[in-house]
Ligand binder design. Sequence first.
Ligand code: SF4
Ligand code: SF4
Length: 341
Amino acid sequence: MGDMRFIRDMGGSYRCELCPHRCVLADGRSGVCRVRGVRDGLPSLPFYGRLSAIAVDPIEKKPLYHFRPGSSVFSVGFVGCNLRCPFCQNWEISQSTDAAGPSVAPAELIGQAVSSGTGAIAFTYSEPLVHIEYLLDAMALARKAGIAVVLVTNGCILEEPAREVLALCDAANIDLKTWDEDAYRNTLGGDAASVRRFIELAVSSGVHTEATTLVVTGFNDDEAQIRLCADFLSSLSADIPYHLSAYRPEYRYREAPTDPRLIVRFAAAAREKLNYVYVGNIPGEANDTRCPACGAVAVSRRGYLIDLLGLSVDEKGAAHCAACGSPLPIVARTGATAEAR
Ligand code: SF4
Ligand code: SF4
């Protein structure tokens, strides 16, 4: 069982200091995330290593478009989440613990990931960060085994644990659900400032970072919001890939699916600040990576059919546009960003 230092002994009670909820944990009770608590007077992680799903996915499904494009990734999910998004697309595993399977030891999991031959493991599907003890154990083993570590997350944790987990990540897709702090707090049960800080830390730690906004009818389908998110991301790097995905009715949210024309319009607005903006969940919409210098298609995507013919990779693993030779911020090999390493 991992080191439980993020559940602090307050002298007679415990407080979890992993995420901004800072739950005070009474004996026999769990925090908001349902998976961290106190039993018999001691910190308890009853869902340590208990997975809800294991699959090999295209890396584009995370979505990560600039990290080893065209590859596959061994992907695992847990149960629980520290947010309560009413439109959660994975609510069966994020808002319930019923789907938790038997515990898989970190060494066993990394062994399976290595055997998959993908060269990478992704922690994804529900919210991995509420299982940080298991993540730190498994990620350290993944590093030793030489496979890449991918994190798909809401990014809503405090700075100290954020730094620890990001130190063991190669790539992350982080939700930036809205710019509106009240909506983050009141509708989702999250904290916008913590999420923005997590994104800043990911970028400054050298983690390959992509961001996603699920554009939800009646929640954040507002061009001004998207522009603020794009402004923030571009202040860190204009090369951060930004995914704008269409929502469909799920869980407790019944508004109409996002109008695809809205997503296309928002993507055009975001492109005023960012070099790489992609649309998700809109069949038939082109999602190619174009070279900003010459406009040639470097990576072509049709669903999960990926064509890398427009991309050249030099002997150091750095990616370039095959047409004009300009460097492209795409990680073509495990663990190193093309522009930086
Ligand atoms: S991680 Fe869970 S228990 Fe800890 S503060 Fe957040 S919601 Fe509460
Ligand atoms: S953060 Fe993600 S997993 Fe958690 S409730 Fe929101 S959409 Fe679902």
